[in-house]
Write a protein that binds this ligand. Structure first.
Ligand code: GAP
Length: 512
């Protein structure tokens, strides 16, 4: 059986072969951690974005959207803390000249020790029946010794990072005898903090140009527009402002395909509430967002909350919705109770009041904020990885199918004339013209019908409609459903109803 790594590699090559994702500037050997979306990918991405937007904005009376610019006044990033504290600790190997995130080197070292423990447990499991794993882990000398090593490293690293003690971070790397994977040497530079924001300059004359940043999150565009929207939209607290758009981070460890990118898209919503009510809203948004994820129809066991124990200085509660990617459970979305930190910082740095007059309390205050923040590309990866299946069929053949939730599929309907003559293409065109107003459809005339079905399985098209000679006689077509591969003969005027049952986004929104 193929392991998770192989399946993930196959998913990546499949996504390229069928026009979902290409490496950026591939003809120049690509640009690391930057990707382009192809003809199928752009539709899936748009559908995920639409689903988020409709469920967050259109379905709520008290949430509105904005589209703020990517460039913002540089002081924004002083106020938000990104200019001074949006850093990764980096270390270079002097022989290979490769740069690494010090925290990742240490994490990987710990993961190797963990793997040794797991191997020990697996071996014992084979030897003993019955097997008490908890007892084994708490008594076996080798397991205990390795667990002690892990705990020591984690504690040292946590303390070093809390005190920003970079010399100690390097000492941990030295003490753990971590070697560069490329050169194999332990010839390391000191650890330095490296800001993740990309900068460029604005201004026509180089002497006048000022440094500005490509936003590392969309949230700040919402905070600086808080009063503009509140006043012009006559919004009453509690209310939300939502935004989707590009964000940029100079990630040093860029791995796992589109999981961690340098240019990516976020879908964020800041919900402004009366101080003191934020925990109620935080818990409510946690549930609302988890329900949104579950509407995808994947196994519920793929999702879990990870509540943050150690909170950022501005938060009074925070959690991640984690998803089981092929490389394990990882953050998919963050939900943060950010207090009044951001608005107060912007008040202080801009000298402008960012307060709300609460007529019920007859009092002005800086609202508290609960944020929901999800990466669109990461959501795309969650769907792609969970949908990719290599199925063995009863007749001994195989097919690759993407079981993308039908309402998000890039193409909803393929219209396939059985042969390219006898009036069948014209009839197919008529059907295409009826359905195209509601759904992205594709007409395909080339190749055998079997090959065309397979091509549409491979991009996740939920319905294939075949127009044959009987269609000309009695206005019926066959409709083939992607997952069951079952075909049914129906009259053409039933098509829209059948397709809408599964493929309409509104039906899913109604159930949220
Ligand atoms: N405004 C809060 C914020 O930006 P974050 O946890 O840094 O919080 C939120 O990012 C979400 O954005 C993450 O849960 C993830 O889905 C996505 N994200 C963050 N960095 C990313 C990257 N380098 N590539 C792709 N997605 C990323």
């Amino acid at each position: 059986m193929a392991n998770q790594d192989d399946i993930f590699k196959n998913t990546i090559s499949h996504s390229k072969e069928y026009g979902f994702i290409f490496q950026s500037s591939e003809i120049y050997d690509g640009l690391s951690a930057v990707y382009d979306y192809g003809q199928a990918g752009v539709e899936l991405k748009k559908n995920i974005r639409d689903f988020w937007w409709k469920s967050m904005v259109q379905m709520h009376q008290n949430i509105v959207g904005i589209d703020a610019a990517i460039f913002m006044h540089p002081t924004t990033w002083k106020a938000s803390g990104h200019a001074d504290a949006f850093n990764d600790p980096l270390i270079d190997n002097k022989d290979s000249k490769k740069r690494y995130r010090a925290d990742v080197l240490i994490e990987e070292h710990v993961a190797k020790i963990e793997a040794k423990i797991n191997k020990e447990v697996a071996k014992a499991k084979e030897r003993f029946n019955p097997f008490d794993e908890t007892m084994f882990r708490s008594t076996n000398a080798r397991v205990l010794e390795n667990q002690k090593k892990i705990d020591e490293i984690n504690t040292r690293f946590k303390n070093a990072m809390e005190k920003n003690n970079l010399a100690e971070v390097k000492q941990i790397i030295v003490d753990c005898e971590i070697a560069c994977p490329i050169s194999g040497s332990r010839n390391w530079t000191d650890v330095r903090q490296f800001n993740l924001m990309f900068s460029t300059s604005m201004g026509s004359v180089s002497e006048d140009a000022s440094v500005i940043y490509l936003r590392p999150e969309t949230a700040q565009g919402i905070f600086v527009n808080f009063l503009n929207v509140q006043k012009t939209g006559r919004m009453k607290i509690p209310f939300g402002i939502a935004q989707t758009g590009k964000a940029f981070r100079n990630e040093i460890v860029a791995r796992q395909f589109i999981f961690r990118m340098r240019e990516f898209e976020q879908m964020e919503m800041q919900f402004f509430v009366r101080p003191g009510t934020e925990m109620e809203w935080y818990n409510s948004w946690k549930q609302t967002r988890m329900n949104w994820h579950k509407a995808m129809g994947f196994s519920e066991s793929k999702y879990r909350f990870h509540d943050h124990i150690k909170l950022a200085h501005y938060a009074n509660a925070a959690c991640d919705i984690e998803f089981e990617f092929p490389f394990g459970f990882k953050e998919l979305e963050g939900i943060h109770s950010r207090t009044d930190f951001d608005l107060k910082q912007h008040e202080q740095f801009s000298g402008k009041k960012l307060q709300y007059f609460d007529s019920e309390l007859n009092q002005s205050y800086v609202p508290y904020v609960v944020e929901t923040s999800i990466g669109l590309d990461r959501m795309f990866l969650a769907i792609l990885a969970s949908s990719y299946k290599n199925e063995k069929l009863e007749d001994g053949t195989e097919r690759v199918v993407l079981n993308i939730p039908p309402f998000l599929a890039p193409v909803k309907v393929a219209v396939l004339p059985l042969v390219n003559k006898d009036g069948l293409p014209e009839k197919a065109n008529e059907i295409f013209s009826q359905l195209k107003f509601d759904y992205v459809c594709q007409m395909e005339e080339k190749d055998s019908i079997g090959k065309r079905y397979r091509r549409h399985d491979a991009i996740g098209t939920p319905y294939c409609i075949t127009v044959d000679h009987q269609t000309i006689q009695d206005n019926t077509v066959t409709i083939r459903e992607r997952d069951t591969m079952k075909q049914e003969r129906i009259v053409i005027n039933q098509l829209a109803t059948i397709v809408s049952e599964k493929a309409s986004m509104n039906n899913v929104l109604k159930k949220l």
